[in-house]
Design a protein around this ligand. Structure first.
Ligand code: SF4
Ligand code: SF4
Length: 344
């Protein structure tokens, strides 16, 4: 990995360089929270934001997307997805890890998804180091740091940024817009201090649990799931805000003229009661216990079995979105309680 250092006052020039050729999407203030939106000047951007309410997922997997259009007489219309080149500026490590997880699913060489690929190919990513908030637990799920999947990654080391370079395109834009220099020993010491400060900022009340996938299997039938699931309102807010929930439905939408229409892909959620409803009326996950357990299983066990990493990146968004306090943190707390009981 190549590292360079730029002064903090060079950052506006970097953003302006991106703006010449790319749509720049960054974190801005949105009411009492923060959201990723298209920006038109560096001054709109908030770089030291806590986790945004919604994630960057919508830029790679839109909530509703036309796959193709059709006409009853002319058949399927050729549909070419046009995506304007863009840069997601200021993504946190957990969110880049989340997009790396989506890549594993949609950029699969055997079953590539051309729509996802079109969005991904048109997207550059500039990450930024963060100081975690109380609901962040990315470090417990191997997502506190990111080693790939970005073009540039900035770490604020006090009046300057240590820039990790992840692509030639990113390096070229950095070189053209700023005066990047080699990192000195003082820069490296400042970076170590920054990582120490960041590590210490994680909420110590969120338990660090080892062997989570194994525990998910061991306690599959525990009453805990009944208790957790009984609180679920089926609102699907958790899946909407989650940067890694990627389930979708396919709908054919016929226009009122009954002649033309389009096939659309829309977000779906495994916490929705209809999600596992099949023809004939059987629902193979009919209760909230099964649905909530399934969601947690996929995040903390199933995805791991297939890809060797957790699907949950510990961003903490569902901690705030769920009105009944259901989140992976509750699962970690349950495992910690069980461990304490066994030790007695
Ligand atoms: S777990 Fe919480 S956010 Fe998710 S569907 Fe149930 S109540 Fe809604
Ligand atoms: S399950 Fe919750 S904490 Fe984990 S990635 Fe999704 S929104 Fe973030």
């Amino acid at each position: 990995m190549l590292y360079r250092v730029i002064d903090a006052d060079e950052l506006p020039a970097l953003v302006e360089a991106f703006m010449r050729d790319y749509e720049v999407i960054a974190s801005v203030r949105s009411g009492k929270s923060f959201a990723f939106e298209t920006v038109h000047s560096f001054d709109e951007i908030v770089l030291d934001y806590p986790t945004t309410l919604t994630s960057l997922k919508k830029y790679l997997l839109p909530p509703r997307e036309t796959l193709f259009e059709y006409d009853m007489e002319d058949g399927v219309t050729d549909y070419v997805l046009q995506v304007r080149p863009r840069v997601l500026f200021g993504a946190h490590a957990c969110d880049i890890n989340a997009m790396n997880n989506l890549d594993l699913v949609f950029d699969d060489k055997r079953y590539p998804d051309p729509y996802y690929e079109a969005h991904r190919r048109a997207t550059m990513i500039v990450g930024i180091g963060c100081i975690p908030s109380d609901s962040c637990f990315c470090h417990l799920l191997d997502s506190g740091e990111v080693r790939s999947g970005y073009d540039l990654f900035l770490a604020d080391i006090g009046g300057r940024y240590l820039v990790s370079i992840g692509s030639v395109e990113g390096a070229n834009i950095l070189e053209a817009a700023c005066n990047p220099r080699e990192a000195t020993d003082a820069d490296r010491r400042a970076f170590r201090e920054y990582t120490r400060r960041r590590q210490q900022a994680f909420n110590p009340d969120i338990p660090s649990v080892q062997e989570i996938p194994m525990l998910m299997d061991a306690f599959h039938s525990d009453d805990f799931w009944e208790e957790l699931g009984s609180r679920c309102l089926n609102c699907t807010a958790c899946a909407s805000v989650c940067p890694t929930c990627y389930c979708f439905d396919i709908c054919d939408v016929l226009d009122p003229n009954a002649q033309t229409g389009r096939r659309e892909r829309v977000w779906d959620a495994c916490t929705s009661p209809q999600f596992a409803l099949v023809t004939g009326g059987h629902n193979f996950r009919s209760g909230t216990r099964e649905r909530v357990r399934h969601r947690m299983y996929h995040k903390l066990n199933g995805f791991n079995s297939k890809y060797g990493r957790y699907l949950c990146v510990g961003c903490g968004r569902c901690v705030h979105a769920c009105k009944t306090d259901i989140s992976p943190i509750k699962v970690l707390e349950f495992f910690e309680r069980k461990g304490a009981e066994d030790a007695e």
